[in-house]
Design a protein around this ligand. Sequence first.
Ligand SMILES: *Cc1c(COP(=O)(O)O)cnc(C)c1O
Length: 452
Amino acid sequence: MKELLSDVATRASRYLAGINERSVAPSSEAIARLSELGGPLPDASADPAELLALLDEIGSPATVATSGGRYFGFVVGGALPASLAANWLAGAWDQNAAMQIMSPVAAKLEEIVEAWVVDLLGLPPGTGAGFVTCTTMANFSGLAAARSTLLRRAGWNVEDNGLFGAQPLRVVVGQEVHVSLLRALAILGLGRSRVITVPADDQGRMRADALPPLDGHTIVCIQAGNVNTGAFDPAKEICSRAREAGAWVHVDGAFGLWGAVSPLYAPLVDGFENADSWAVDCHKWLNVPYDSGMVLVREPDNLRRALPTGNAAYLAQSSQREPWQFTPDASRRARGVELWAALRSLGRSGLREMIERNCRLARLFADRLRGAGIRVLNDVVLNQVLVSFGSPEETRRVIAELQADGTCWCGGTVWQNQTAMRISVSSWATTDEDVEGSVEAMIRIAQSVKAC
Ligand SMILES: *Cc1c(COP(=O)(O)O)cnc(C)c1O
């Protein structure tokens, strides 16, 4: 075991040491070689050291270099050194984080991280968290709590009786709602097509003046950090309207909520603390390894009731916080370990500095590109930049050639009918030099596309 783990540490360190020298996207040859990992499962056992060598030789070149400093696709984030190392230790521990009795350390770390994150995000004291895989599941869990609570107030127990026969709930979303939220509505039986959609402004913010009348059987879903522009819905106004009406407000705050940790960006997040539930990603801007997200609910009992565990005789019942009571799953890995390590290694000031640096680098991208006559489509309020290189066809060609060039990686989108390239700066590893080098590649490729 010892030799094997040392060998893996050497291989992983070598991989990371070379990450900024290689093309961000893997070559097509590397992808083609992946089939060498397949074929029929051999009957014979294999030596772990040999198969690790094979995995490294074939697998490593076929990765996308998202842990380097020049990946700006989607909103991905890297893995902080302390969180990666903690993830390895947690792998060795192999803890089942479902219950206190199965892993006291996993349970305790969740409690510690829960308190830290509630404080960092400026959420109401007493807010409770569930440690889930991602924002999609955090949205799912938060909306389950909303569904459960509003129906319970109307005298209906949805966990026992299901939705058939219940008073219908209305769900209000913004025009720029993230697909993951609609996915959660689809699974929860709330329907992704029966939502009431509120128009958005030119930055993608829900227009509070266009909200429909709200009431006690309405769930309003707002967004902190639009996936294209980084814009924030006007939470203050929406939450105060919802509160008066007895409606539930759920926040999709995948990456944007982390803005709360910086005095520079906290004004954008102002008012979101008045919601009832929040979804936030940790594998994005907190830079822990996949997979990691949190659902936060103002009254934790509302979350716990929505995710009933039942009471099989062999399962521990205790008066302590039992981790699995706040997630849709039972057995799961100890996500709190990396979260604790990431937060403890950065400290409050380190986290703030990382968020501020990413946002500053997003503005640097925008300034440099504008300086070269390239159009930036959004107000760069956070870490997201949308760029047009001319016609839709020209923009698509620049994106394809940039990805093939390998200096950096950006994806495409259509933003309010305009084809655009998205730049998301969300990794601790990104430096000024990474941005300057990437801008150079973008300008070079944009000029060559224009020239032909
Ligand atoms: C990324 C993102 C999601 C989905 O997050 P996953 O972790 O991929 O499930 C949801 N909402 C917003 C605004 C996002 O940016």
